[in-house]
Design a protein around this ligand. Structure first.
Ligand SMILES: [Zn+2]
Length: 77
């Protein structure tokens, strides 16, 4: 759990202009191997990965927190 990353309330400014994430969509479920049908739609969280900032819908947030990849919203520094 020590490598769980901080999460932020979704912030378009963190994302590359023109990317789905910057437009308020969930980039988590658009990645290969993810279940796009499980996507609940609008991004509610921004989180940092090794490849930069990603956005996630509420289902993505739940999954990421469950796996210990990010901290629940509002926790951390
Ligand atoms: Zn999603």
């Amino acid at each position: 759990m020590t490598d769980a990353r901080e999460s932020h309330a979704y912030d378009a400014d963190l994302h590359e202009p023109g990317s789905p994430a910057a437009e308020g969509r969930c980039s988590y479920h658009q990645q290969d191997g993810r279940d796009a049908a499980a996507c609940t739609g609008p991004a509610v969280v921004s989180y940092e990965t090794a490849d930069g900032w990603e956005s996630g819908c509420s289902a993505a947030l739940e999954e990421l927190v469950e796996r210990g990849e990010i901290l629940p919203l509002g926790q951390g520094a």
